[in-house]
Design a protein around this ligand. Structure first.
Ligand SMILES: Cc1cc2nc3c(=O)[nH]c(=O)nc-3n(C[C@H](O)[C@H](O)[C@H](O)COP(=O)(O)O)c2cc1C
Length: 213
């Protein structure tokens, strides 16, 4: 068995102090996202999305953040996928950005809503045509016979949809927005005494606290 017990890294690159933080965590998030892009993080918009069944059985996977705005964090998926079904039954989610190379982590928790049909249409049509066909061809999260079945399904939809002036968005595919009630910014520090600044939404205001690492 691989021995992992010796892997240990000291975090030295930066500090996080209350006085530097924005009073609005969405602005703070924008700043950290810009830092991550400047730093050259590969796919800085990749985030772990955790959902759970109504009974509280969790599941997690990576998705891409496509927009962050004053309301929340937007991603796109198949509404009939496992995550789609879980969010339908229990509309709460957690997100994690692990920007390991920057010794930073952001944790977000919130209530989840579907985007409007119009917003999903706009994003769907901004995707490459092959991705639009892919959304039709793949019954995401369902068991399929083989890779060949998937490739054949893609070819069939490709033939069928190329006649359309614009490929329609499948009704089962679209966006979700995570409307946050908690956002935590984590900066690695020496001796495992990391900085953790957390924002809790209190009605329309955000309350800021420091958490022990
Ligand atoms: C870097 C990365 C980005 C991904 N982005 C998305 C995405 O934006 N939307 C999506 O539905 N799946 C995305 N996936 C695939 C998901 O991780 C997952 O396999 C899929 O959505 C099915 O998840 P589910 O069965 O839990 O619903 C991505 C995977 C990786 C590794």
């Amino acid at each position: 068995m691989t021995d992992l017990s010796g892997f240990r890294k000291e975090y030295l690159s930066s500090v996080l102090s209350e006085s530097q933080m924005e009073s609005d965590p969405m602005l703070q998030f924008e700043q950290w996202m810009e830092d991550a892009i400047r730093f050259g993080m590969p796919e800085p918009n990749a985030m772990i999305l955790a959902t759970s069944t109504r009974e509280g059985k969790p599941s997690a996977r990576c998705v891409l953040l496509k927009e962050s705005n004053e309301r929340g964090f937007v991603f796109f998926t198949n509404y009939q996928s496992r995550k789609g079904r879980e969010l339908n039954a229990n509309p709460f989610a957690a997100l994690v950005f692990d920007w390991h190379e920057m010794e930073r982590q952001i944790r977000i928790e919130g209530h989840v809503e579907k985007l409007s049909e119009k917003e999903s249409d706009v994003y769907f049509h901004s995707r490459p045509i092959s991705s639009q066909i892919g959304a039709w061809a793949s019954p995401q999260s369902q068991i399929i016979d083989s890779r060949e079945t998937l490739d054949n399904s893609f070819c069939q939809y490709e033939k069928k949809l190329t006649d359309y002036p614009s490929i329609p968005r499948p009704s089962y595919w679209g966006g979700f927005i995570v409307i946050p009630y908690l956002i935590e910014f984590w900066q690695g520090r020496p001796n495992r005494l990391h900085d953790r600044i957390v924002y809790y939404r209190n009605d329309e205001n955000w309350q800021i606290n420091r958490l022990a690492p």
